[in-house]
Design a protein around this ligand. Structure first.
Ligand code: BGC
Length: 721
């Protein structure tokens, strides 16, 4: 192993190079830190002036998305809104019906899984900042996102909203997003804490998971949101964990979140996710939301007030809840009302939405450089598939957006090549559609030089939609057969898939190019056309493993989805996603971290730099763009323990970096691994432990495309929380 050793003196000198400081200033939410004394004093004063009734009024809803203010004390009402993809349309005060307004359009960002596929925390910051600006313009105080639940099963109905299967990737993107959003005097609300990994029986399913998997897989993104991004709010999940609903779960809320992690913001329930006054009062819930009229009948309202009066519940507990609510209000300047001004749907906002799409769309296959297409050499393109014209941003339930506009794939192609190339459109399939659609599509395919098929999933219940899981990994509506027929008619067929992962065996070998477009937001069609015609070089990589078949993925291989008798036991433990496929040596369809570019990259010269007194290591290497086009590469660093002595996944992602390189350009990359990169959670010691010993450090272009590796000996043992 090539190791450079540095002394402390050099450490000071080189620090900015070796330890790239997080790209953005700490978020504006001063829940902790130096300026908090003044704020805490004001909060104490307010609390001392409140009646019991006033205090209780601050810990529950007074409509679907608002809480009451206390006018005599200058405490304003609060307005909350979904969600992770932009500011949702206005919902009626007392029902789920849209309010029917005309001033509630907003910029629709690509779905969370597309953001995750960018592997770019700076882009996540920009997205959060943009949504924060729009939230300000729409008069919101708290935005209900990001969603960071780990993708455990490919069937999870909300996988599209979340940030993939890896805790580190999800954490880095969540931190970027929250810092951006909170920089706008808006509180983010990271959700759903915790283990909301399926929609099947989501209100009641009891999740049993061992302590290590809880800590190592399911909690890190939440912990980073709290400790690194200073998130103001955490939303409890609907499901139960170890027999107690997550919105009232003493272990999760009191012990871990507020105790161990020191969270000082507020915990709110998911909508109607509280179940019991006593548990809500005592187990860490600070704000009950999502109830129905009359709001004062619910758990943290009148029944709580009565329990406080009778002495069943301590007033100190209520005061703590009130303080947490006020803290978020002060930190977002809701009380002083000198807040950031908002803006809606500016050109800059549209550009951010497009950028997320351009960086998140993943090129999965590109045989013989079939893409990018050269419009000068093509006379006709048959665009086929319902998703070429389907509006996707206003779907999927709570994360849906009433977009100012939405550029569909067909519109994007018309915008890009409509004047040069003869474009035809044929629907091809439709839910309960008739076979004539397929016949017409095949005829259109035959008549064209190239086919661009745009299919995949949509946001209907049973596809990618809140409230239910998918029932199969296969493409719906007979699309496998349709694609086969189209390819037989025209082998120059590019397949573009919306949605989360699907099986592709039926046709993958027969098509030259495949793109995973997820749900790419209101600029998605322009982004896609840009990639197809080479204006944009694809740079997204998969944030989750695509299994060849459902039975290959852990929850299904072990038969522990969706659970029995209301309990789902995560028997795969730590082996979620690529951790399972790698450890069990199962070939995925496309591995975690995979994605092609029109450029090619060379990795060179792996060096480890150890500095005396520092328990970690700086891993340095070079990346060169060896092609004639500019492009971006996402270098991924995995750590593989050698004979670890405790159960560990074969390897785990511990750092990554997206680099943009001109043709022929090289860049030196330095990624620091601290003790946490080597640590596992020890339930016995109730802390993280990095054991001295041998580790392999693997650097590559995906989890299955390791380009550089070397052995590293960790000499110090470290324990931390
Ligand atoms: C969802 C949350 C959402 C809330 C408010 C719930 O059904 O689980 O993610 O924020 O509704 O719309």
């Amino acid at each position: 192993m090539k190791i450079k050793r540095l002394t402390r003196f050099w450490l000071v000198f080189l620090a900015p190079v070796l330890w790239p400081v997080a790209g953005h200033a700490q978020a504006d939410l001063a829940l902790t830190g130096a300026n908090t004394n003044e704020m805490e004093k004001r909060i104490d004063e307010l609390v001392s002036q409140m009646t019991l009734e006033e205090k209780v009024s601050l810990v529950h809803a007074d409509s679907k998305f608002t809480t009451a203010g206390i006018a005599r004390l200058g405490i304003p009402p609060r307005t909350l809104s979904d969600g992770p993809h932009g500011v949702r349309e206005e919902i009626a005060r007392d029902s789920w019906r849209p309010a029917g307004r005309t001033d509630d359009f907003s910029t629709a960002m690509p779905a969370g899984i597309c953001l995750a596929a960018t592997w770019n925390p700076d882009v996540a910051f920009q997205e959060g900042e943009t949504i924060g600006q729009e939230a300000r313009a729409r008069g919101k105080d708290i935005m209900l996102g990001p969603g960071v639940n780990i993708l455990r099963t490919p069937l999870g109905g909300r996988n599209f909203e979340y940030l993939g299967e890896d805790p580190l990737l999800a954490a880095r993107l969540a931190v970027g997003f929250i810092r951006g959003e909170q920089s706008q005097n808006i509180s983010s609300c990271v959700k759903h804490f915790a283990l909301n990994n399926q929609e099947f029986q989501r209100d009641s399913i009891n999740v049993e998971v061992d302590e290590r998997a809880l800590r190592e897989i399911y909690l890190p993104a939440f912990k980073a949101a709290v400790q690194e991004a200073g998130v103001g709010c955490v939303m409890g999940a609907y499901n139960q964990f170890r027999g107690q609903h997550c919105c009232e779960n003493d272990y999760l809320l009191n012990q871990i979140l507020k105790g161990e992690w020191g969270f000082r913001g507020l915990v709110m329930s998911d909508w109607n996710g509280a179940h019991n006054t006593r548990e809500a009062a005592l187990n860490g819930l600070d704000l009950e939301m999502g109830t129905e009229k009359p709001y004062h009948d619910y758990y943290l309202a009148q029944p709580y007030l009565e329990g406080l009066k009778s002495g069943e519940f301590p007033v100190a507990g209520l005061d703590d809840k009130v303080r947490r609510n006020l803290r978020v209000m002060f930190a977002t300047r809701a009380v002083d009302s000198n807040r950031q001004r908002g803006s809606l749907n500016t050109a800059a906002h549209q550009a951010v939405s497009r950028k997320v799409a351009e960086e998140g769309i993943v090129l999965l296959k590109n045989e013989n450089h079939f893409l990018p297409l050269d419009p000068a050499r093509i006379q006709s393109i048959a665009v086929i598939g319902e998703n070429a014209v389907r509006l996707q941003t206003h779907g999927g339930a709570s994360s849906e957006i009433k977009a100012f506009y939405e550029i569909t794939p067909l519109q994007g192609l018309v915008n890009r090549v409509g004047k040069q190339v003869n474009l035809t459109f044929s629907e091809g399939y439709r839910k309960n559609g008739d076979p004539a659609l397929a016949e017409r599509a095949v005829a259109a395919a035959k008549a064209a030089d190239v086919v661009i098929y745009v299919g995949g999933l949509n946001h209907d219940l049973g596809n990618d939609c809140e409230g239910g899981d998918r029932t199969s990994l296969k493409l719906p509506y007979g699309q496998d057969e349709l694609i086969q027929k189209i390819v037989a008619a025209n082998p120059h067929t590019i397949v573009v898939l919306d949605g989360t992962m699907v099986e592709m065996d039926a046709w993958l070998d027969q098509v030259p190019a495949v793109l995973q477009a997820w749900y790419s937001g209101m600029e998605g069609g322009n982004a896609l056309a840009g990639i197809l015609f080479g204006d944009v070089n694809p740079s997204g990589k998969l944030p989750a493993t695509f299994p060849r078949h459902l039975a290959d993925s852990p929850a299904h291989a072990l038969g522990n989805y969706p659970g029995t008798n209301g309990v789902v036991t995560y028997q795969e433990g730590l082996l979620v996603g690529y951790r399972w496929f790698d450890t069990k040596n199962i070939e995925p369809l496309f591995p975690f971290g995979f994605g092609l570019s029109y450029a090619s990259f060379e990795y060179t010269n792996l060096v480890f730099t150890v500095t005396s007194g520092d328990p970690g290591v700086a891993v340095e290497f070079g990346i060169k763009n060896t092609s004639a086009v500019a492009g971006a590469e996402i270098a991924q660093l995995y750590v593989q323990p050698v004979n670890p002595g405790v159960a560990r996944p074969l390897k785990e992602l511990k750092a990554f970096k997206k680099v943009f390189l001109k043709p022929g350009e090289s860049q030196f990359i330095s990624l620091r691994l601290g003790p946490s990169a080597f640590a596992y959670y020890s339930p016995d010691q109730k802390s993280w432990v990095a054991r001295p010993g041998d580790y392999k450090i693997l650097v590559g272009a995906s989890s299955r495309d390791i380009r550089l590796q070397d052995d590293f000996k960790l000499t110090k043992s470290t324990r931390f929380n």
